[in-house]
Design a protein around this ligand. Structure first.
Ligand SMILES: Cc1ncc(COP(=O)(O)O)c(C=O)c1O
Length: 397
């Protein structure tokens, strides 16, 4: 998965262009920068690839989620439906913005569903923070219909799903605002970085203003810019943008390689491992190809298979027990441990996070193992990996 699989001279050249000018900052210093605007070019590449009318680069996927929340008008006391399977950044984004996370189930597509969202609705539900997990889209038709019917604000955390499309439309562009991550683990990296996208010009202005202390970015006299709103500093440096820009230029090639390696492995496992399950994607053609998601018969089998694959050099993610991605390990959230009082401490949690019952999510994520698809595998390596996986998975299915 990491963008680091394919990294080299082009990235170095773009970074050097920034270093040559000494202008490491995305705003102003027009004379110093000699016409080099890497963050702007990075955003243009994201717009080109996703089809987003507006894109704004920020310092991380986490700050992209926080900016998307803010620009969607979500804040103090707003109940926001979230999944229990995501990176914790999603939940932190809601909490830090003053929101109150309400957990709903994910299913074998690893995302919230219209049905699970509907079941979790209360009279106070304001929004859905939809996460397109593990490189592919949620079931958008039904979720959009529900949001429309129940007047819910839709925000998308597409942190793990840049490169995924649903019926021809990039994830991140279905709601008011969407967020991508460019950390080390993603299909494209900037070292650290994130990008917010939106279809709406008014939301775009809130995104870039909020991410830079409310500055309106009009004119070239930084000291005299207006600041119509309060905000903070989520700015991306030109050095990071230079890397992200190059990675975006080649994202189609990266995605094609991932898709073909994934397809080869999937075809083989489907033919040779009876009883193995695969992620049922609502639009398989739009899959980014970053993960091959497999289901074992039960959690014990998945845990054993993950351990054995790891020991045979075919490491997979077993999210169910890792510290980051599944609610079972989020004791800090369950006990609302933070260094300061957030809205949730004053208003109370909308659910008892220590007594949540999410049987479908436990069932889905317990059985799930995910193989991160690398861009630099040779055909021989794919063959060898396939053989190891068949050998191991047959024993556990
Ligand atoms: C779904 C999701 N959202 C947000 C993030 C946060 O991204 P970053 O690490 O760039 O802050 C991640 C990172 O893994 C993620 O997987």
């Amino acid at each position: 998965m990491p963008g680091m699989d394919w990294f080299g001279d082009e990235e170095r050249r773009e970074v050097n262009e920034v270093l040559e000018t000494g202008c490491l900052f995305r705003y102003n210093h027009d004379a110093l920068r000699q016409g080099r605007w890497k963050a702007r070019e990075f955003e243009a590449e994201v717009r080109r690839f996703t089809g987003a009318p507006f894109a704004h680069a920020v310092s991380s996927g986490s700050t992209a989620v926080a900016a998307a929340m803010a620009a969607s008008g979500l804040g103090f006391g707003d109940e926001v439906i979230v999944p229990p399977f995501t990176y914790i950044a999603t939940i932190e984004g809601v909490l830090l913005g003053g929101g109150l996370p309400v957990f709903a189930e994910v299913d074998d597509n690893l995302c919230l569903t219209a049905e699970s969202i509907e079941k979790a609705l209360t009279p106070n539900t304001k929004a859905v923070m939809l996460v397109h997990m593990c490189g592919a889209a949620a079931d958008m038709d039904s979720i959009l219909a529900l949001c429309e019917r129940r007047n819910l604000v839709l925000v998308e955390d597409a942190g793990q799903a840049l490169g995924a499309f649903y019926k021809g439309q990039s994830v991140g562009l279905f709601g008011v605002a969407g967020a991508y991550s460019f950390d080390f683990f993603k299909i494209a990296t900037a070292g650290e970085g994130g990008v917010c996208v939106t279809n709406r010009e008014d939301v775009y202005h809130l995104l870039h203003q909020f991410s830079d202390h409310g500055h309106d970015h009009i004119g070239d006299n930084r000291g005299m810019e207006q600041h119509p709103i309060l905000g903070t500093n989520f700015r991306l440096s030109e050095l990071h943008a230079a890397v992200g820009l190059v990675q975006m230029r080649r994202i189609e090639q990266v995605r094609d390689r991932k898709r073909s390696a994934k397809q080869a492995l999937k075809d083989r496992l489907q033919a040779e491992v009876p009883g193995l399950g695969f992620r049922p994607m609502p639009d398989a053609a739009g899959d980014s190809g970053t993960f091959l998601n497999l289901f074992l018969p039960d959690a014990a089998a998945a845990s054993r298979a993950a351990a054995e694959l790891g020991s045979r050099g075919a490491g997979v993610n077993y999210w169910y027990t890792n510290m980051y991605h599944f609610i079972n390990q989020w004791d800090h959230l369950k006990n609302l441990r933070s260094p300061f009082k957030m809205a949730i401490h004053h208003l109370g949690a909308p659910q008892d996070y220590n007594a949540l019952e999410l049987p479908q999510s436990q069932h889905s994520i317990g059985r799930l193992i995910s193989l991160g698809i690398r861009t630099n595998w040779t055909d021989t390596q794919i063959d060898e990996l396939g053989a190891t996986m068949v050998d191991v998975l047959r024993k556990h299915c």
